[in-house]
Ligand binder design. Structure first.
Ligand SMILES: [Zn+2]
Length: 705
């Protein structure tokens, strides 16, 4: 596409969008929600409502997106509005008023128009008049139509799937040297987010297209629509060269493409996406083919990275030479260009609300041929095409395009706290979680008797709705209620957090509760999580490995209580390697809290608690680390405990505590038996109690140094 063709395409797309909206506004001004030749505007159901893997899914109550978006947090599902029609008309009249005032060239108007719909009409659905009878989100429908129209030639489009591989290793390599990890870790995962976006933008811009063609871009993965005449291989060369020189082969881009009609792209997106992913995988089998092989010859000198001679290595990444200016700095603090920039990024990240992308190297952070990025705390006075607001800040307008992300990290006097400061006197809690069965959901979650694929609108609705939970909602939650939790990364359908143990314990429960509420307690959507507690000085890459294996365990190994019910893994939380059902985890927490309360009140003395633990330990010791419920002697502790109460808890103030323990111990289905059934659960119980006791003693919110 030439420059003129670009302008022509921009004008066409805007003319179409403006015309389409005008017919909606015309209908609305006549007081009707039916738009001729298109369909009818309705309050839309949440995307989860039409999601089902089973043939005969259980009936779910209807759940709708609120007609008036809150803007401050994600919208949780509500019942259908009793005054649906008048509310929808009011919302669309407001949109019409704002739409009239859109200003700028065709590209700016298109961007602002789409942003306006996202901000004001996210609860509005479009019910088609055709036989499909499907309902889609109005803002999202128009966004995908714009992308398709920008990219299409003669009714065909090319889907490009991109995957940056090596991300995990790249992000966590930072942890090899402990100092200042907190400052750089989030910066690294943010850098990946930006890099992904920049690669997607580069593909669009190099083909004289627009970033409106980006369907999705998250940490390391993107989908872009391009013209079918574009050959991706030519576009890849400068990107691969940049990645190779900047990341020394640690990060690599793989792409897969597929060409089809715009109609098929909309209708069978999941099938085409799967094909593109498969092609990217095939490329992965032969890494750096393109990079190293030019004109059929291997370029030998490219395979050997230039050595840096006698220049000292960076103390942080231990790979790059240090900056010339840092020669006088002490050895353990000398950084390379990249690590110094990342440190700067890490310091500013918690405070930024605006972000801009440029192809020129004029921004704060450079990405070679891909361009640069600038970060700002307030809304810039001159808005260019490539500005984004992060999570709808207070100085944001309805026409600003939003970049959703969770960039929360604990700070003190605007500086990110170190992991030791975050922990305080407690251990550090590590929490890693993701949504179960997501691959299956995207591929088959919307299938029915007539089709076995997921449409473009459904695919994006599901991925964006989940992403909003792990970006926007989590950001709000951490800011308001869990200030001592650090986001390593969160978005898409997964999350990795590090924080003060007591807050991480609470957050695990809260996040699970919110997830249920957000998905309308969908019977087939669930969350699995791994939790670890460690001392702050432990190397991050090791703990990350542990907490990942716990998450794996939560997905693979059923809790002991599930075995008799012949259930598998998933929808569980695995704490220190013990898989538990979410309800069991909550029950255990409640019990631990109760014991802590008794200890704090003094109705349970430390001595008495010590003797109880001794009794239990004696049972465990006899069983060589396991508790056998077949062994009759196991039950001897019950009368012994009862004797303990009779002798030492005789005053009336002891009564609630004694009652509580008697209920806990009531046979045959006692919680005590469940706790003892697995020695490790008991260990966890004691651990939770000790963390809770620490929390109660700790003076919170003060930091020195
Ligand atoms: Zn470095």
């Amino acid at each position: 596409m030439s420059k003129n063709e670009y302008q022509e395409r921009a004008d066409q797309v805007w003319a179409w969008l403006n015309q389409w909206m005008s017919s909606v506004f015309a209908a609305v001004s006549l007081g009707t929600l039916s738009v001729n030749g298109v369909g009818r505007l309705v309050q839309r159901q949440v995307v989860f409502a039409s999601l089902a893997l089973e043939q005969n899914p259980p009936e779910m109550p209807e759940r709708f997106v609120p007609i008036h978006p809150s803007g401050m947090d994600v919208d949780f599902p509500v019942a259908r509005s009793p005054s649906e029609e008048s509310e929808l008309l009011a919302v669309m009249r407001d949109v019409a008023d704002r739409w009239k005032r859109l200003q700028g060239d065709a590209v700016v108007c298109t961007r602002h128009g789409l942003a306006l719909l996202d901000a004001m009409a996210s609860g509005v659905g479009l019910a088609f008049e055709d036989e499909s009878e499907s309902i889609v989100s109005l803002p999202q429908y128009l966004r995908t139509q714009v992308a398709l129209q920008w990219a299409q030639e003669d009714g065909n489009v090319q889907l490009v799937y991109g995957d940056l591989s090596g991300i995990q290793k790249y992000i966590f390599r930072t942890a090899y040297s402990g100092k200042g990890v907190a400052k750089k870790l989030r910066a690294r995962s943010f850098q990946i987010l930006l890099l992904t976006r920049l690669v997607a933008r580069f593909l669009c811009q190099e083909t004289k297209g627009s970033d409106l063609q980006i369907l999705m871009s998250a940490g390391g993965v993107f989908y872009v629509l391009l013209s079918p005449s574009v050959t991706i291989e030519t576009l890849r060369n400068p990107i691969d060269t940049y990645l190779f020189s900047e990341f020394a082969g640690e990060l690599a881009l793989y792409t897969g493409t597929v060409i089809d009609t715009t109609i098929e792209m909309e209708r069978s997106f999941s099938r085409l996406a799967q094909e593109a992913i498969q092609r990217a995988r095939e490329e992965k089998e032969h890494p750096y083919m393109q990079q190293l092989q030019s004109h059929g010859h291997w370029e030998k000198d490219r395979m050997i990275r230039t050595q840096t001679g006698t220049t000292p290595r960076c103390a942080h990444c231990q790979r790059n030479p240090i900056r010339e200016a840092e020669r006088h700095v002490s050895e353990e603090e000398r950084l390379c260009e990249t690590c110094r920039a990342l440190e700067e990024l890490g310091k500013r990240l918690p405070h930024i609300h605006w972000i801009s992308f440029s192809r020129e190297p004029k921004g704060d952070f450079q990405f070679g041929v891909l361009g640069s990025v600038s970060l700002h705390e307030t809304r810039p006075s001159v808005m260019e095409e490539d500005w984004f607001a992060i999570n709808r800040p207070p100085d944001c307008l309805e026409t600003d395009t939003i970049f959703w992300m969770n960039h929360y990290v604990p700070t003190y006097q605007r500086k990110p706290l170190s992991f030791s400061d975050i922990a305080g006197k407690e251990p550090l809690g590590y929490f890693k979680a993701d949504v179960d069965h997501m691959g299956l959901m995207f591929a088959f979650g919307f299938s029915d008797d007539n089709r076995s694929t997921t449409s473009l609108q459904e695919y994006l609705a599901l991925s964006e709705t989940l992403d909003r939970f792990f970006t926007h909602h989590l950001q709000v939650l951490l800011e308001k209620e869990f200030p001592m939790v650090y986001s390593v990364f969160s978005g898409g359908d997964d999350v990795y957090l590090v924080g003060q143990a007591s807050e991480v314990i609470q957050l695990a429960t809260r996040l699970h509760d919110d997830f249920l509420r957000y998905t309308g307690s969908h019977p087939e959507l669930s969350l699995s999580a791994g939790v670890a507690f460690v001392k702050p000085k432990q190397p991050l890459f090791k703990v990350t490995h542990d907490v990942e294996s716990y998450l794996e365990l939560a997905k693979e190994q059923p809790a002991s209580s599930r075995r008799t019910r012949q259930m598998g893994g998933r929808n569980q939380v695995s704490v220190r390697g013990i898989p538990l059902e979410w309800d069991e985890w909550k029950r255990l927490l409640d019990m631990a809290q109760q014991v802590v309360n008794f200890l704090a009140e003094g109705t349970l003395s430390s001595n008495m608690w010590y003797r109880i633990m001794e009794l239990v330990h004696s049972v465990v010791r006899r069983g060589n680390g396991t508790v056998s419920l077949q062994d009759g002697r196991t039950y001897e502790i019950f009368p012994k405990l009862d004797y303990e109460w009779r002798r030492n808890a005789t005053e009336s103030r002891h009564q609630p505590m004694v009652e509580w323990f008697r209920t806990l111990l009531a046979l045959p289905d006692s919680d005590a038996v469940w706790i003892m059934e697995n020695w490790k659960v008991l260990e966890l119980f004691v651990k939770l109690i000790s963390v809770r006791r620490l929390t109660q003693r700790q003076e919170r919110g003060t930091f020195h140094g």
